[in-house]
Design a protein around this ligand. Structure first.
Ligand code: SDX
Length: 431
């Protein structure tokens, strides 16, 4: 970041001395006002619940322009990466800052492939869950449990330890998500196979059984790979900020990523894809397209507590570029499976059409986000609703670990410790 010629001057009407605050510029996007000296000089904090106007860090990984609906991973537009590269290319890019050449890609693929099995003890750990446990409950446990297995790489100040932890997490997430699915189905776990692609391996671990292997359909394989790419990173969203804050205490990367998994689960965040599909299924079961108008009235009534899940975004005040790509992918998969007339897809398209013309949504700049179509395409592939967020977590792991690594390798980093505006009782004594 570079010091801007611009300065911010803070003055107070109560005659307190004013102060000058430096302004910094990045490569793209809004400048920042450096308030690090504010408390020391004024004995006051800033106040920004939800961090709507706060930059928590500087980062070189992902850039989002919410007004333009633009998303860049290390400067490359998501549209180009989704069309021209595969997910492991994107993982290498997000982790290292550059796309891999052929040799680097082959080596990275081999590293990931060589770490895709989990320790056999994990099978016993998993068996402690009820069969009807939510996959995100299982995944939060499994990821946290990884810190019990890798005592050979616990020094987070050692870049090689940080690298092997990143590889292990990226490599084992598909295996653990598939195991969580198989466990809830009552089917045996399927081991990964190193002759398959990252996405192909995941699909086979999900849908093969010991009695019948699973032939990876290249259209579904490509779609799954693209879904991973679309979810890989997204700047300082709630779960990434959770990983950074958790990791800032110096804890191990597995514990920090497990915190990110737990945060992502919420319906306002990664849980929105599961909630969106439940919304579409309920609407379909209760009148479908004919009832959309009535449903939208509820959505617009703030007292109803009903939200159009998969719509709206804290940053995007234009179309989420991932939603466009997800819609295209959904069309490709439905066509490949002969499901062009899928009623839920048609219902989603009708909801989108109506919303984009409705003043309530236009005034609030509410557009479809990444979660609006992702459930429909995953359901068509055969993924159950309750697994959607676990797949989001699988894909986002590379972003989380890259952001964690960027923080830990920043010599200036320190433990995150926000303050508050105290509005509770003044001092009082027990009578
Ligand atoms: C993800 O941050 C990220 O980058 C996240 C993510 C990532 O990749 O990491 O992109 C992934 O989490 C996508 C978002 C998924 N969540 C949903 O789809 C859930 C539905 N959407 C929302 O609940 C909401 O839009 C948020 C949480 C996403 C954003 O909320 P904000 O920015 O806090 O906005 P808000 O709640 O203050 O809403 C502003 C207005 C309100 O109306 P008024 O009070 O001004 O009258 O818009 C309304 C809200 O009621 N509104 C909606 C709405 N979203 C906002 N009304 C109906 N349906 C919605 N979906």
């Amino acid at each position: 970041m570079k010091l801007s010629d611009n300065k911010a001057t803070l003055s107070f009407s109560n005659g307190a001395p004013s102060m000058e605050l430096p302004v910094y510029s990045g490569t793209l996007g809004p400048d920042v006002i450096d308030i690090r000296k504010l408390y020391g000089q004024t004995d006051m904090f800033t106040y920004d619940p939800g961090f709507l106007s706060t930059a928590s860090c500087q980062s070189s990984i992902t850039y989002i322009d919410g007004d333009k609906g633009e998303l860049l991973y290390r400067g490359y537009p998501i549209e180009e990466l989704a069309q021209k590269k595969d997910y492991l290319d994107v993982c290498y890019l997000i982790l290292n800052g550059e796309l891999p050449d052929a040799a680097q890609k082959a080596d990275f693929d081999l590293q990931v492939n060589r770490h895709n099995m989990v320790h056999e003890q994990m099978h016993f750990f998993l068996r402690g869950f009820r069969r009807d446990a939510h996959p995100m409950a299982i995944l939060t446990g499994l990821v946290g449990a990884m810190s019990a297995f890798y005592h050979d790489s616990t020094d987070i100040t050692d870049p090689t330890h940080r690298h092997i932890s990143a590889i292990r997490l990226i490599a084992k997430m598909p295996t653990m998500v598939a195991m969580a699915y198989k466990y809830t189905k009552g089917q045996p776990f399927i081991y990964p196979r190193n002759d398959l692609s990252y996405a192909g391996n995941f699909l086979r671990m999900m849908f093969a059984t010991p009695c019948e292997d699973y032939e990876v359909n290249p259209v579904l394989e490509r779609a799954m790979d693209r879904i991973f790419t679309l979810h890989a990173d997204h700047e300082q969203n709630a779960s990434t900020s959770t990983v950074r804050l958790c990791g800032s205490s110096g804890t191990n990367p597995f514990a920090a990523i497990a915190a990110g998994v737990a945060c992502l689960w919420g319906p306002a965040h990664g849980g929105a894809n599961e909630a969106c599909l439940h919304m579409l299924e309920d609407l379909q079961a209760n009148g479908g397209v004919a009832k959309v108008g009535e449903f939208m009235e509820k959505v617009k009534d703030r007292n109803s507590g009903v939200r159009l899940m998969g719509f709206g975004h804290r940053v995007y005040k234009n179309y989420d570029p991932r939603a466009k790509l997800m819609q295209e992918t959904t069309k490709e998969v439905l066509a490949a499976l002969g499901l062009e007339n899928d009623p839920l897809f048609k219902l989603a398209m009708e909801l989108e059409r109506i919303a984009l013309e409705d003043q309530y949504f236009v005034d609030r700049k509410l557009y479809p986000n990444v979660d609006f179509y992702s459930g429909i395409v995953q359901r068509a592939i055969g993924v159950p609703n309750e697994l959607f967020t676990a797949i989001f977590a699988l894909a986002r792991t590379v972003g989380w670990i890259a952001q964690w690594n960027e923080m830990i390798s920043d010599p200036e980093y320190k433990i995150g410790r926000p303050r508050q505006l105290y509005v509770g009782e003044g001092v009082r004594h027990i009578k």
